[in-house]
Design a protein around this ligand. Structure first.
Ligand SMILES: [Zn+2]
Length: 104
């Protein structure tokens, strides 16, 4: 079980949280203008990387606030928790490539 440090409440057990999927996925401005393949890509094609993944999390059974988390998908190590609308700042990784992978 993960122990997650909610930026609003402090450290709590994982069972109080829900994962909202990948972070930094932008909804297309005009979905009606997309082809079925483009819309399908937006809805269903996710990175599912073996390594560091940027995810959205919600403290569902606490403050109900959303935040972002950089987490290693194999070790489950939480690299960083950071606010919605911002990007991670951790050192030692090429953050731009991680974000590009998520946005691709
Ligand atoms: Zn909270």
């Amino acid at each position: 079980m993960l122990r997650i440090n909610c930026p609003f409440c402090g450290i709590r057990d994982e069972e109080e949280f829900d994962c909202g999927g990948e972070a930094h996925v932008t909804r297309p401005e005009n979905p009606a203008n997309l082809s079925d393949d483009e819309w399908s890509h937006y809805l269903f094609n996710k990175v599912n990387t073996k390594g560091i993944l940027l995810e959205r999390w919600r403290h569902t059974y606490g403050c109900r606030q959303w935040f972002n988390m950089a987490r290693h998908t194999v070790s489950h190590e939480i690299i960083e928790i950071y606010p919605m609308g911002s990007f991670p700042s951790f050192n030692g990784m090429n953050v731009e490539n991680v974000v590009k992978e998520v946005e691709a």
